[in-house]
Design a protein around this ligand. Structure first.
Ligand code: ATP
Ligand code: MG
Ligand code: FE
Length: 347
């Protein structure tokens, strides 16, 4: 089965083609970073318009890369939520209409299921069950995954998502958008022990997170150290290092707890913050010390991409699931509401 995947939930236009016999056969990504950088964050209306401009050219490029035509497609998958409503509607309109014109099935894919299944695109995919740490711009969740669509929420952030905390802290420090990658690059040059950043909610039981306190701590340090509103280079680097270490330690401790609580030794990391080198390394050490293993997508498949949507859509279409003819999106959509898939089909 050959499935075209469209991702347009936020500020990346991702188009990919997944073949259940041969794996990923095309992958195109266009990031709108340059469009939003001057505003310091995603401007929803500009995002929608840019998706309109890019979706069709990227579909043509992906088909050419795969060496196929639209008539070779067996189905179309598009992100139908959660995300920005206007941006989602672009992918849903293109995907749903193209499938209708071709007389092929279409399926609206849950963006976080896409992230969660992204490690399946790698050479050594994790067998079920596993614990998933979903860390992205809008979500921080620990999920027990017993199969596709068999998800149990173990814990989540009570306020900011981890990626959002990275972005907000970076903005306070005057780093360019998107803040996460910029902050982590700076952190590599800093002293992570100089400032005693808290490890929020680690001193009490449970698997929930809270990151807004780290923001406040960061602001307090900046105000204390800045001279005429300007931070010295070493101060900035040390704040970045301390901030990153606090987020990574907190995530690691909760992952360890989740593995102990469930008795599951396999951990996957997905979502944009999963591209963070320090997080990847520390979680690998944590899992291996417990006799377990950690799995993650390649960094470019941690952040938004079409490959994860093509893969998740192919699983559901192969199981006979599909969406009706309406162009419908679900801006707020709990992951646990998804139906189960009996067997996965992997290349
Ligand atoms: P969601 O998936 O929850 O809807 P999103 O799609 O906007 O949100 P992603 O694209 O998965 O989020 O991830 C983007 C987030 O990842 C941003 O907050 C970004 O700062 C963060 N991020 C990306 N790379 C890194 C990194 N190396 N270190 C820390 N954070 C990072
Ligand atoms: Mg993005
Ligand atoms: Fe995402």
């Amino acid at each position: 089965m050959i499935v075209l995947g469209l991702e347009t939930s936020c500020d990346e236009t991702g188009i990919a083609i997944y073949d259940t016999r041969h794996g990923l056969i095309a992958h195109r990504l266009y990031s709108q970073i340059a469009v939003h950088a001057e505003y310091g964050g995603v401007v929803p209306e500009l995002a929608s318009r840019d998706h309109v401009r890019k979706t069709l050219p990227l579909i043509h490029e992906a088909l050419a890369e795969a060496g196929i035509t639209v008539s070779d497609l067996d189905g179309i998958a598009y992100t139908s939520g959660p995300g920005l409503v206007g941006a989602l509607l672009v992918g849903a309109c293109f995907g749903r209409s193209l499938a209708w014109a071709l007389g092929k099935p279409a399926i609206g894919v849950h963006h976080m299921e896409g992230h969660l299944l992204a490690p399946m695109l790698e050479d050594n995919p994790p067998p079920f069950p596993f614990v998933a740490l979903l860390v992205s711009g809008g979500h921080t969740q620990l999920v027990q995954v017993d199969g596709i669509g068999r998800y149990t929420l173990l814990g989540e952030s009570l306020d900011d998502a981890a990626g959002e905390a990275f972005d907000k802290a970076a903005k306070m420090m005057g780093l360019p958008y998107p803040g996460g990658p910029a902050l982590s690059k700076l952190a590599a040059t800093g002293d992570d022990k100089r400032f005693a950043f808290p490890r929020p909610m680690t001193d009490r039981p449970g698997l929930d997170f809270s990151f807004s306190g780290l923001k406040t701590f960061t602001r307090t340090k900046i105000l204390a150290l800045a001279v005429d509103g300007v931070l010295a280079g070493t101060d900035k680097a040390d704040i970045a290092a301390g901030f990153q270490a606090a987020v990574v330690d907190t995530l690691s401790l909760k992952c360890k707890r989740a593995m102990q609580q469930t008795g599951i030794k396999r951990l996957i990391i997905a979502g944009g913050v999963g591209a963070n080198v320090r997080l990847r390394e520390q979680l690998r050490v944590t899992a291996e010390a417990m006799g377990g293993a950690v799995y993650y997508p390649r960094p470019e498949f941690c952040t938004d991409n079409g490959a994860m949507i093509a893969y998740a859509g192919a699983q559901r279409l192969a199981a006979g699931q599909c969406s009706d003819l309406a162009v419908a999106v679900v801006p707020r959509w709990p992951l646990v509401d998804l139906p189960a898939v009996a067997h996965s089909v992997d290349a």
